[in-house]
Design a protein around this ligand. Sequence first.
Ligand code: ADP
Length: 411
Amino acid sequence: MSGTLAAVPLPVVVLAGLVALLVVAVLVRQVITLRASLERADRAAAAERVRAEQERSSAEDLRSRLLRALDAIPQGVLIADTAGTVVFRNRVAETFADARHSDALVEAAVGELLTEVLAGMPADRTIDLFGPPRRTLVITTVALDDGALVVIDDISERRRLDATRRDFVANISHELKTPVGAMGLLAETLTMEDDPVVARRLAERIVNEAFRMDRTIEDLLVLSRIESEEAPEREPVVASLAIAEAVERIRPGAEQAGIDIEVADPDPLLVVFGDRRQIVSALYNLLDNAVKYSDAGAIIEVRARRDGTRLAIAVQDHGFGIPKGDLERVFERFYRVDQARSRSTGGTGLGLAIVRHVATNHAGEVTVESRLGEGSTFTLVLPSDALADADTSAGPLTVAVGAPARNGDTP
Ligand code: ADP
């Protein structure tokens, strides 16, 4: 073997060695390049995995956020695939699934509407459920690329508000039409009347009707102002002064009716936080009713007392009382137990609605206890605190005994 190598000339051996080295170098370089590109590919794959994971988790986040949002809305939402199979229901829609009784009607209607919308005929349906509670639902369908969407909306509250508004407009029209009609007739008769005594009586009745209409409009304005002031200004109002102001206003009318008002020594430190005008207006309306629905010679008592953190002002009369069946309804606008008596006493049917709104605006309440023929006690309960706790640093309390106003609203 050495003999054979020895026969090869040295330059050839060196050249062969160099070629071999070159080949090895090229191979090593290729291996290094290959390893580098393999590592790059590994890194790219890892980065791709991280990106895909991030995308998946943000899609998951979005999905769960959407699901939570769909569960939070008050409407029922269902999604169905092209075969009509429901693939998603939110929380509200869930309540109709497997429902019994009247709610089952909703599920049946959803099934029918899905069939229609998937056949290319999107439709809506309104369903009345007789409850209880009585409800009106509107079911709407929308065609999607790969199925359909169904929305179930409970419109009971909207319906109720619409009905209340319609009733209110009808009631106001009636309340105003009656005196206007009477005035027209009286005025017509007056134009043909020669007897001055009769003419005078007719004129007086026209004036009375005009006053009645004026009172109704005034009360409506007070009510609408109080309704729009849902969060009235809160100031410390000394209960005894607010009571005194309301009593002063009613006093001339009470004296004329031969009725005495007794105010049980109210604690001068009892303070209620609220809107003075509204509170006095509410007390005036309670006193006005107590006078109107009592006989001459009767006594009305007013008491204020602390009830935990609240103040209770009770107006008690010993008048006609209210039948049990009417107690719930006397706070409704224009509700009168006895139409004729309310009209003859000049009632507008709005006094207690005003009181109730004042109570609601102050996060309080008004309650009534009554016995037919024995009398009634209306109690206005308002959030209160002792004067000592009140912040009087801003100056003197803004409670004033104002001049009498006709409609019970304060100046
Ligand atoms: P009105 O202007 O007719 O008095 P309200 O809203 O003040 O209207 O009262 C509604 C109805 O409640 C009255 O028509 C009357 O029938 C009844 N009512 C209110 N307060 C009394 C009371 N103190 N005694 C007897 N009935 C009352």
